[in-house]
Write a protein that binds this ligand. Structure first.
Ligand code: AMP
Length: 112
């Protein structure tokens, strides 16, 4: 069981900001911006590279909910970034798909 599956199962505490039957959103334990929230699917998908066509509705829902969480955090006007790290070079450390929502400060581009 991955760390994020343990958070979904409430075996590990998290600062949850949104939940429905398909996704969970909680604050990152090591925030990289004033707002740093992770949005994850409750059903296990390892990473976007392993996602299948049958995951399309779930991935669409995840993205729409990420935008909803961003608006609820007050970032709708100032802007924000959604990031999905994939694999070793992508900086992925937890093998359960997650979308980072970062905002509350100007974010540089390209990332380092
Ligand atoms: P990634 O590097 O893209 O796999 O992102 C994993 C993220 O999970 C990192 O930003 C970590 O800070 C975050 N993280 C690790 N453990 C926890 C935890 N217990 N609660 C909340 N976020 C966590």
């Amino acid at each position: 069981m991955t760390l994020f599956e343990k958070i979904i199962a409430r075996q590990i505490p998290a600062d949850i900001v949104y939940e429905d039957d398909q996704v969970l959103a909680f604050r990152d334990i090591k925030p990289q911006a004033p707002t740093h929230i992770l949005i994850i699917p409750k059903r296990h998908v390892t990473r976007v590279n392993e996602a299948q066509s049958g995951d399309a509705a779930l991935l669409g829902h995840l993205l729409l909910k990420a935008a909803e969480v961003a608006r609820a955090a007050g970032l709708g006007e100032t802007g924000y970034r959604l990031v999905i790290n994939n694999g070793p070079d992508g900086g992925e450390t937890v093998p359960h798909l997650h979308c980072h929502l970062l905002g509350g400060r100007p974010l540089c581009w390209p990332p380092g």
